[in-house]
Design a protein around this ligand. Sequence first.
Ligand SMILES: [Mg+2]
Length: 409
Amino acid sequence: MSRAILHLDLDAFYASVEILDRPELRGKPVIVAGSERRGVVTAASYEARKFGVRSAMPAATAKRLCPQGVFLPNRFSRYKEASDEVFAIYRRFTPIVEPLSIDEAFLDVTGCERLFGSAEEAARKIKEAVRRETGLIVSAGVASNKFLAKIASDLGKPDGLVVVPPGEEQAFLDPLPVGKLWGVGKVTEGALSRMGIRTIGDLRRVPRDRMVRSFGAHGEHLHALSRGIDDRPVETQREAKSIGHEETYDRDLRDRGTMRRELLSLSDRVSERLRRHGVKGRTVTLKVKYHDFVLVTRAITLAYPTDDGGTIYRCALDLLTETEAGPRPVRLLGISVSKLTGAEELPPEGRMEQIALFGRPGTDPKPAPAAQDPGKKERLNRAVDRIREKFGPRGIVPGALPDDEDPGT
Ligand SMILES: [Mg+2]
């Protein structure tokens, strides 16, 4: 059955919230940025965009392009509040809501026709409800999959509603530039252009084998996207979310020792947030922004989910060595943890820790999982920490615990 997917994206979100709270700013070039000197533009009203101001641009550049702009600092808690209101409206239409960021979401409205009419009708009703109840404007894309819906919402901005009717996916995609495809950045775009590929239609006509030869697995993926194929489901919050923290520094960091200290404090904050949300994650991602605003991310996926600050810190240290941080000064560091699982859904960890600690092949019912578990060391450390917390440093004497817990006795 054909699916009905909506991509909803609030227009110039932070700037729109600021204008909502201060109506006298309406019609003015409003630019939200961390600080005018060192910050990065996080949102620009459409009036500001006329001057060439864009998100992620250094605030100093924005200031040069649009000196008359109204520069405002970020008020993240206020944006979060507005976002929560909007997402609550989405959830009245379907429980299958996947937040992509504070202002973007996918909704799966397949089978909602009897309640809300066609997918297009649902999109229209959501747009009206958001405008009426929050004063914000959301652009919508409606299509049979996520990737098409996202392209569609972008094409209609601002205040857009673009529908890709089932069966017309190819006609919709073909004329668009290849840069619209997910995963086509400047580098891939350049390589494709040298092959004479400029539109998605051009790409579709390249034999699949040739794409694979030139780009490997990525080429195969692009080939599928060019034909409008994207089977990924809309994933609800827990599956899609990540928890992280980042810091922009007033002065660029130049030595690794300082960076390591910063990573330790970031790891602590992230682990505390994970515990507060009652979740653990398997993928640890380090984000490094160099002094020249070039952003790189490096990630590790663990065999088992963690919420432990020490584990996250060790991953981040490993990842740091895969960057040019140090030789290249750093203005921002961030750590996030994704592939989240509710803590309650985890395998019985205590059992595995015990096996890993005292492993007695003759009596352990399941020695294999522990032996194959690359996250063993991290969890071992945590087990030791916990036991020491409870019983003091002497609590961790081999032989002291197994008798209590061993099901064989
Ligand atoms: Mg947006």
